[in-house]
Ligand binder design. Structure first.
Ligand code: SF4
Length: 140
């Protein structure tokens, strides 16, 4: 059996063919122009990984959800459990882009990080002012 993949490791997007035997073991990989493509194809066959993007509930924010993503790809087989864990999470506003919302998600060493800022409903609160300063400093 031959599986066809497009390598997503660089903009060249090589078309890779992976030949599998009857036991679905990798027999041959071709079409990759570099070793990264070989590793990508092997990983896709053995234990594919994906960046997870979703949102987390916010307490005390000017919006109720903050968009988040994992800061590195996690095994595709864990996506369902990861979504269950993230669904249970709540984070207090204010939030800066890049804030770690959930560290080491399911022991994958990937952190769930905020991809947008969220202000506190109480914009005059001292903690909110300090956080806003921190967010501004990080963006400069
Ligand atoms: S195989 Fe190498 S050159 Fe081709 S798309 Fe993948 S990373 Fe880029």
């Amino acid at each position: 059996m031959v599986k066809k993949l497009i390598c997503i490791q660089c903009p060249l997007g090589c078309e890779i063919e992976v030949k599998l035997n009857e036991k679905m073991e990798v027999e041959e990989i071709k079409g990759n122009r570099c070793p990264r493509g070989y590793e990508y194809a092997m990983e896709e066959m053995v234990d594919p990984k994906r960046i997870l993007t979703t949102s987390v509930k916010v307490e005390g924010g000017d919006i109720d959800l903050v968009s988040v993503k994992t800061d590195k790809p996690i095994p595709k087989r864990l996506l369902k459990d990861a979504m269950k864990t993230i669904k249970k999470a709540k984070v207090k506003a204010p939030i800066c882009v890049g804030d770690i919302i959930l560290p080491n998600l399911l022991n994958t060493e990937a952190n769930v990080v905020a991809t947008r800022p969220v202000s506190s409903r109480d914009s005059n609160h001292e903690a909110t002012k300090n956080k806003r300063k921190k967010c501004n400093t990080m963006q400069n």
